[in-house]
Ligand binder design. Structure first.
Ligand SMILES: [Zn+2]
Length: 330
């Protein structure tokens, strides 16, 4: 579907609960692709069909700009490069923020590490044994490895890098949160932002998904990065999933309010009692399914860490399981 002169939105199917990923073909010189879809036959044929419908020869594709390193956005990139070469084109250059680079150059190795951290957060959060039994390490690893493919020739970009495209110059702005290396690409002439998963129209950006015990609180990084978009609030955002966003300013406010509400819920949940992260996640996020458990625990952990940093809560580890409680001032 042509969303603006020479820009085509392709809804590429994924096996994830989120549904399709949006890839964007920018016609012109050089032909540019923003994000790709996961590594699957269905996704590949969906993307090829998108090029056909747009009337753009994929052999002319010369650069792929990636909004972040999650497999549903980058998994197809290697196959696309092969396809371009097979059709007589020159392998396109591929660009990703330096902070997400490590996750795509050796996909399998990275996936094993990441799945290990998923199981760790589930165990440390106090997830009941019968649920942990449904998340066997090898099964998860095989599943997640299948969605991606390494991109050994990916090049790194930094905040401020500018790409020439058919839409005019596209400038990269670094918006860490959803992942450490999440970026948006801004077309100032056309007043458009390719927002990746940093800004989505009707679902959360999962700002804690890239949790890492040693790193900053990702939810706070995310809130800071939301503010970076504020000066583009009268632009249109082309996101990584779902519908185009026409009112960036009000969407930013909704997302900020959502986190403030969750913090309030957490304060209530912690009043006069101490609980495991898992038990708290059930109070804040309700009856979520197995495929949402890591997300729910990671966000719960971030909410607790924010209150802890604010001296409103404290955590204690009992038999390897993290409990949180209200911090009562002396
Ligand atoms: Zn993502």
């Amino acid at each position: 579907m042509e969303v603006v002169n020479g820009v085509f939105k392709v809804e590429v199917p994924t096996p994830f609960p989120v549904g399709c990923v949006n890839a964007y073909i920018i016609e012109g010189d050089p032909v540019t692709l923003v994000d790709s879809g996961p590594n699957s036959e269905k996704a590949f044929s969906g993307l090829l069909q998108g090029f056909e419908q747009a009337g753009v020869d994929i052999a002319r594709l010369s650069q792929v700009l990636l909004t972040h390193g999650h497999t549903d956005h980058v998994g197809l990139v290697s196959s696309i490069g092969d396809e371009v070469e097979q059709r007589g084109g020159k392998r396109p250059s591929v660009w990703l923020h330096q902070n997400d680079h490590h996750r795509v150059i050796r996909h399998e190795e990275y996936t094993r590490k990441r799945v290990r951290s998923y199981i760790e957060i589930a165990e440390r959060g106090g997830t009941p044994g019968e649920i942990l039994d449904q998340m066997p390490y090898e099964w998860l690893v095989d599943r997640f490895i299948s969605f991606g493919k390494s991109i050994p020739d990916v090049q790194t970009l930094r905040d401020g890098k500018v790409f020439e495209t058919g839409l005019g110059p596209l400038r990269c702005i670094w918006t860490p949160g959803h992942s450490h290396g999440s970026v948006c690409f801004v077309a100032e002439e056309e007043r458009i932002i390719f927002s990746g998963d940093h800004l989505l129209s009707d679902i959360s950006s999962n700002p804690s998904l890239d949790f890492d015990r040693s790193s900053d609180i990702m939810m706070l990084r995310y809130l800071d990065s939301l503010l970076r978009l504020d000066k583009y609030k009268d632009y249109q955002a082309y996101p990584g999933h779902r519908a185009i966003i026409n009112n960036i300013g009000s969407r930013i406010r909704e997302l900020q309010e959502d986190i403030i509400e969750k913090l309030d819920k957490m304060r209530e949940a912690l009043a006069h009692t101490h609980q495991t992260i898992y038990a708290l996640s059930r109070q804040i996020y309700g009856n979520y399914g197995l495929d949402q458990i890591v997300l729910a625990l990671a966000e719960t952990m971030d909410l607790v860490r924010i209150l802890e940093a604010n001296e409103e809560a404290e955590t204690v580890e009992i038999d390897g399981v993290l409990h949180a409680r209200e911090r009562v001032s002396k």
